[in-house]
Design a binder for this molecule. Structure first.
Ligand code: DOR
Length: 382
């Protein structure tokens, strides 16, 4: 079949290394099928799914279940991320070898920081033997617990307990020191602050093996999106200040941040149409990530090839999975998108089962046209 791609961009399949697919256990929010449908509609040919499912992905059976569901859906590739600690309780390590054998590509207690530095050190040393990257949810719970929004403008305006930027920086600093101590790479999830970026920049300059990601909401929005108690803008880490947003953008451009990942976190209306303090944290991101990243290209902050590095090549390298580059003769994962196409985010048109995005009603520019996984068209707007 010949596809006329004149005026379109053809690039290696996008890889989102941080999504929550909610299966098993919370299928009312998302399933592996609906989540991967949203992924391919957003141009992602692969996603890495976080282990805070119910039960958590802390054993080979859950890992295999996820892979089976993904195969049945037949849409995007799904790379399971398994727990670092049993039940994500931060007390004892999981069986890394068994998890790897079952198909896990990385380890993380995303959603729950591993508070014990000694246990994290052990995890890094142990993970090295299995070549499993560790993804750190860098949060200092002693400072963030009970917080709902950024500490600063938002906490003052809304009269709610805040989550200080310094807590993220403290946690990232610890991870950088542990990576140095163990000589094992560590990947920092969802960086949201200027202070966090500065620690990563210094660590990289020293040659410490640290990589890091941010999410489109951290470079597109500030804490002001939560004003008026907008629960769709409640997320952890929280939306930050304008200075933080600018620092994140600079870090994407200068190589301090390596990856744009969505932290796609579906929640049902029940969990969002409620009091701000009771609302769940998280927002969906798979179908808006590409146009939000393309805004940075249009604003000439990053080049189009840098976008492909951030959303395809680097996640593939960090996770050690195929993709990122098209080698002659290989059956490819390919994303084709129209960088000019304008569209409005309308909940009825979203493929995700949940609709919790602060971008509802926004006009976007740039849209996926065709998504090809392993040579097969899995999504097409043609
Ligand atoms: O806002 C968030 N939502 N942050 C996390 O770390 C977890 C996620 C979720 O699972 O809903």
């Amino acid at each position: 079949r010949v596809i006329d791609c004149r005026g379109l961009i053809v690039c290696p399949g996008l890889i989102d290394m941080h999504v929550h697919l909610r299966e098993p256990g919370e299928e009312w929010k998302e399933t592996i099928e609906t989540g991967t449908k949203a992924a391919v509609a957003g141009g992602f040919t692969a996603v890495a799914c976080m282990p805070n499912t119910k039960p958590p992905n802390d054993n080979a059976e859950v890992t295999r279940f996820i892979l089976k569901k993904a195969e049945e859906a037949g849409l995007a590739r799904v790379y399971p991320v398994a727990c670092i600690t049993r039940g994500q309780k931060g007390e004892s390590l999981t069986e890394f070898g068994e998890l790897k054998e079952a198909g896990a590509v990385a380890l993380s207690d995303d959603g729950y920081p591993v508070s014990d530095a000694g246990l994290m050190r052990l995890a890094l040393e142990y993970a090295k033997n299995f070549d499993l990257p560790i993804i750190s949810h860098s949060e200092e719970l002693a400072l963030s617990k009970g917080g709902h929004v950024n500490e600063g403008l938002a906490s003052a305006k809304l009269g709610l307990k805040g989550i200080p930027a310094e807590g993220e920086a403290i946690a990232i600093f610890r991870e950088a020191m542990l990576a140095k101590l163990t000589g094992t790479p560590i990947h920092i999830a969802h960086v949201s602050t200027k202070e966090g970026v500065e620690i990563i920049r210094r660590a990289k300059a020293e040659g410490i093996p640290v990589t890091a990601e941010t999410a489109p909401h951290y470079f597109s929005l500030t804490e002001e999106a939560t004003f008026g108690y907008q629960t769709n803008a409640k997320v952890n880490p929280p939306l930050r200040s304008e200075a933080d947003r600018e620092a994140i953008i600079k870090a994407l451009a200068d190589g301090t941040l390596d990856v744009i990942a969505t932290d796609h976190a579906p929640h049902s209306p029940l969990e969002k149409l409620c009091e701000f303090e009771k609302a769940a944290c998280g927002l969906i991101g798979l179908e808006t990530a590409l146009p939000l990243a393309l805004r940075l290209v249009r604003e000439k902050v990053i080049s189009l090839s840098r976008l492909v590095e951030l959303m395809s090549c680097n996640p593939a390298k960090i996770l050690g999975v195929p993709g990122g580059s098209l080698k002659p003769g290989e059956v490819a994962d390919v994303t084709v998108f129209d960088p000019e196409k304008r569209w409005v985010v309308d909940e009825k048109a979203l493929h995700s089962k949940s609709k919790n995005t602060p971008f509802l009603g926004w006009e976007m520019q740039g849209q996926t046209v065709i998504t090809i996984v392993s040579g097969k068209i899995v999504f097409s707007r043609l």
